[in-house]
Design a protein around this ligand. Structure first.
Ligand code: CP
Length: 410
C-alpha cells in the first residue's frame, strides 16, 4: 500500500506520498518557481492519477511512473510538451519493472492492442527518451539479450533504429540481409528464421513484403516477434512513433483531426495509424485519389475524402504518405505532376491550413511529390523528430517485450 516516503532516487525533484489520495511534488531545491504546476499537487482518483504540470516538473516525474506502479498505483503520464532534455544521469535512472498490464510476447499490429497498451508503449518511450538524453546514451537494461533484424525488404529508418535501440539497451544484435543470404539457394522463410533463432535469439524484428509474415513467424518460433512492416498490412512501430510525435507537439491525441494523405491502399503505415489514433480518440480522415482510397475504408470508422483542399482547414495534423510505386500493378493517376498539384503539401496550402498544423511524413519522403522541400524542412514539420521518436518507441517495445523476468502470455 502506498505510504509516506520518498520515492525519487536521485534527481532535481523530491516527491512524498502523503496518503492514498495525494501526491505532493516538491519543487526543485534551488527554489525555481514552476507556474504551470497546480498547487504542486497531483490528485489520485479511483486508483488512477493524472498530473497536469509544466514540463520542468514533468522531467522529474517521467522516470518515476514505474516506481509509482510498484507502489501499487495505476500511474500514467500525459506529456504536454516533453523537452527531451536529460534531467538525470542514466546510471541512477529508475526505469523500474515492466508494467503488470503489459502481457504481450510479440508486437504484430496495433489492431489488437488496447488503448492502455498503446499508452504503456508511448509512456515508456518518453521515459527512455528522457533517460538517454534524447536516445543518445546507453541504459544497459537488456544486457545478455540478443535481437535479430530479419529484413526481406529495404529499410533505412526502421532497421537502423531497431538495431540502435537494442544496442542502447545493452542487447546484442545481428542484422540479416535477404540479398546476401541462403534464400537464393532455396531455403524457405520459416527455415531461415528458425536457423537464426537456433543461434540463441530472444527476439526477431521482421520486415517482409507479405502481409501476415510476422504472424507466421510468431506461430513458428519460440522467441518474440516484432513486426517491422508486413506488406500493406501494418507497421506498428511506425504508427506508434507517429502518434508519439503528435502527442509531443500537441499534448494530446483525443479530439484531434488527423488526415492521412496519399497512397492509402498500399500503406501499412496508414493502417497502423488508423488503429492507434482511433483507439486514442482522434478523428481520422483518409484522403487521396479515388484509385488509392476506397470508400470501404469507412468501415474502419474513418472519414474518406478525395479533395485535400476541402478538408485542409479542419486538419490538426497531416501525415503525408509516400506513393508506393513498388507495390502498384497499375498507374493510379495520370502523372506524378498531377498528383503533386492535387495533394502535395506546399506553402500555398500551408497558408490555408490551421496556424499550428503539424506535418508528418513516415519517410522516405519524395520531395516535390507529397511535400515540397520548404514545407518538409519548415517549422510545421516533425519529420526528423519522428525519426528520434522511432528510436525511443523501439527501445520501449524491446524493453516491454524482453525486459520482464516472468514469461508474458501472448
Ligand atoms: N518509415 C519507414 O519504415 O522507413 P524505412 O523504410 O526506411 O524503414
Amino acid at each position: 500500500m502506498p505510504g509516506r516516503g520518498r520515492f525519487f532516487r536521485q534527481n532535481e525533484y523530491a516527491g512524498t506520498l502523503k496518503s492514498e489520495h495525494s501526491l505532493i511534488i516538491t519543487p526543485p531545491a534551488i527554489g525555481r518557481t514552476i507556474p504551470e504546476i497546480r498547487e504542486n499537487t497531483a490528485c489520485f482518483a479511483a486508483g488512477s492519477w493524472r498530473v497536469r504540470m509544466g514540463r520542468s516538473a514533468a522531467d522529474g516525474c517521467f522516470s518515476n511512473i514505474f516506481t509509482l506502479r510498484r507502489l501499487g498505483f495505476e500511474a500514467r503520464f500525459r506529456a504536454q510538451k516533453p523537452t527531451g532534455r536529460l534531467s538525470m544521469s542514466t546510471d541512477v535512472m529508475d526505469i523500474g519493472a515492466v508494467p503488470a498490464a503489459w502481457t504481450r510476447r510479440h508486437l504484430l499490429d496495433l489492431e489488437s492492442l488496447s488503448a492502455e497498451e498503446i499508452n504503456i508503449i508511448l509512456d515508456s518511450a518518453v521515459t527512455f527518451k528522457q533517460a538517454t538524453s534524447n536516445c543518445a546514451r546507453k541504459i544497459p537494461i537488456l544486457a545478455g539479450r540478443t535481437c535479430a533484424n530479419l529484413f526481406f525488404e529495404p529499410s533505412t529508418r526502421t532497421r537502423t533504429s531497431f538495431s540502435l535501440a537494442a544496442r542502447r539497451l545493452g542487447a546484442d544484435t545481428i542484422d540479416f540481409s535477404s540479398s546476401s543470404s541462403s534464400l537464393s539457394k532455396g531455403e524457405t522463410f520459416i527455415d531461415t528464421a528458425k536457423n537464426i533463432e537456433a543461434m540463441g535469439i530472444d527476439a526477431v524484428v521482421v520486415r517482409h513484403r507479405t502481409p501476415g509474415a510476422a504472424q507466421l513467424l510468431a506461430e513458428n518460433l519460440d522467441c518474440s516477434v516484432i513486426n517491422a512492416g508486413d506488406g500493406a498490412h501494418e507497421h506498428p512501430t511506425q504508427g506508434l512513433l507517429d502518434i508519439l510525435s503528435i502527442r509531443e507537439r500537441r499534448g494530446r491525441i483525443e479530439g484531434l483531426t488527423v488526415a492521412l494523405v496519399g497512397d492509402i491502399a498500399h500503406s501499412r503505415t496508414a493502417r497502423s495509424n488508423i488503429w492507434g489514433l482511433k483507439k486514442l480518440g482522434a478523428h481520422v480522415i483518409v484522403c487521396g485519389p479515388s484509385t488509392l482510397v476506397s470508400k470501404h475504408w469507412e468501415a474502419l470508422g474513418v472519414e474518406v475524402a478525395y479533395d485535400l483542399d476541402k478538408i485542409l482547414p479542419r486538419c490538426d495534423v497531416l501525415n503525408l504518405l509516400r506513393i508506393q510505386f513498388e507495390r502498384q500493378t497499375t498507374r493510379p493517376f495520370p502523372s506524378v505532376r498531377e498528383y503533386a498539384l492535387l495533394y502535395a503539401m506546399n506553402q500555398e496550402r500551408l497558408a490555408r491550413a490551421k496556424r499550428d498544423i503539424l506535418i508528418l511524413a513516415p519517410g522516405p519522403i519524395n520531395r516535390g511529390v507529397e511535400i515540397t522541400p520548404d514545407v518538409a524542412d519548415g517549422p510545421h514539420s516533425a519529420i526528423l523528430e519522428q525519426v528520434t521518436n522511432g528510436l525511443a518507441v523501439r527501445m520501449a517495445v524491446l524493453w516491454l517485450i524482453l525486459g520482464s523476468t516472468s514469461q508474458p502470455s501472448t
